[in-house]
Design a protein around this ligand. Structure first.
Ligand code: ACO
Length: 330
């Protein structure tokens, strides 16, 4: 029996309507449009309304992806949500949207690899399809980082935004689909990006809240260096695993954390910046949602054509990283 190759059948994305500009932030903390633009490339970010949760964002992106794929929710075998900001510890956000979608046949779980969660989930789910264990799956990257951030900390609050992106996966009918996928982690660097309180190590207490330990802490320069040191090699290995050379790659969709990181990747890989998808100016860093949001926009704007070779590359807290290589089409 020939096993199928998994491919993306449809995409969806959603960003909440409320926008926070650099000028808005300059009225909240000691920062400026000039500093944020020069150091990060970010101009605006979308922030979830007080009544919007991660599953609300995820649901809209998921419905769009199912419609684009022409797949009915009840035909899904699996729902996976990549997120570091679930609605609650449990039930998983994937279970919440499985119910709201009516995906009654599907298994459902969340996957946590911080900003790399969507690409981790895409690779794992594609392998399940390729192994014949499941046929059709929904993979979502959704975050409301605005709920985790300290809005008085200018080092982190200027970077983040909320959003969701989704992909419906199924077996390819041709030579389309995933040709390579690699995941990795360096747990020894876990301290550079973390939320110290709220888990079993430090349950939420008044003292933890007063010390803001339930908020995200980040050593920005350390994250920057880890990304620039790790991701070029990861992309090279993923492209080699697919059996391609770098100049055969039409488009790279990197995690949108900082424009300077993307520029450093382009320079190290010796790939022109024009072959990278960049939308950080509009959304900031949306963690697990950043790559599906960027891929969705690239497809919608006509930048992606059937048969194109595309590489997705993510990194984030953990320290985690993941990349996968696709021939676009279904
Ligand atoms: N506005 C104005 N000044 C600021 C701001 C701000 N928003 N933030 C920091 N500064 C100041 C610092 O205090 C420092 O001042 P000092 O020189 O007087 O001490 C100066 O600017 C330089 O700070 P650096 O940290 O050295 O600035 P850098 O060029 O490294 O840029 C940044 C910081 C943007 C955070 C960068 O390191 C980065 O993007 N790193 C990667 C971040 C990332 O990818 N994070 C992933 C996930 S984000 C999350 O989940 C929270």
């Amino acid at each position: 029996m020939t096993l199928p190759r998994a491919t993306i059948l449809g995409l969806g994305a959603y960003a909440p309507p409320q926008v926070l500009t650099n000028e808005d932030l300059a009225r909240m903390v000691d920062t400026s449009d000039e500093w944020i633009t020069k150091r990060t490339g970010i101009k605006r970010r979308h922030i979830a309304g007080p009544d919007q949760t991660t599953s609300d964002l995820a649901l809209i992106a998921a419905q769009q992806a199912l419609e684009a794929a022409r797949v009915r929710a009840q035909d899904l075998d699996l729902v996976v949500v990549g997120t570091a900001t679930p609605d609650m510890f449990f039930p998983a956000t994937a279970c919440l949207i499985q119910d709201r979608l009516g995906a009654s046949r599907a298994g459902a779980f969340d996957l946590l690899a911080a900003c790399s969660s969507f690409v981790y989930a895409l690779i794992c789910t594609s392998q399940l399809i390729a192994a014949g264990a499941i046929r059709t799956a929904l993979v979502v990257g959704a975050e409301t980082l605005s709920r985790l951030i300290d809005w008085d900390d200018r080092r982190t609050c200027v970077l983040i935004g909320d959003g969701a992106g989704a992909a419906v996966l199924g077996p390819s009918t041709g030579a389309f689909g995933m040709y390579g996928g690699l995941v990795g982690a360096d747990g020894s660097a876990g301290d550079v990006l973390k939320v110290p309180a709220g888990g079993s190590r430090m349950p939420i207490t008044v003292d933890a809240i007063e010390r803001k330990l339930h908020r995200a802490y980040m050593d920005g320069q350390a994250v920057f260096k880890l990304a620039v040191r790790t991701i070029p090699g990861l992309i090279h290995k993923t492209v080699a695993q697919a059996g391609w050379t770098m100049d055969q790659v039409n488009l790279i969709v990197p995690h949108q954390a900082n424009l300077r990181i993307i520029e450093a990747l382009a320079s190290q890989l010796d790939v022109p910046l024009e072959r990278f998808v960049v939308n950080i100016q509009e959304y900031g860093n949306t963690s697990a949602a950043s790559i599906p949001l960027a891929l969705y926009e690239a497809v919608q704007s006509g930048r992606v054509h059937e048969g194109d070779r595309i590489v997705l590359a993510a990194f984030g807290g953990g320290f985690t990283y993941a990349a996968c290589a696709w021939v676009w089409g279904s």
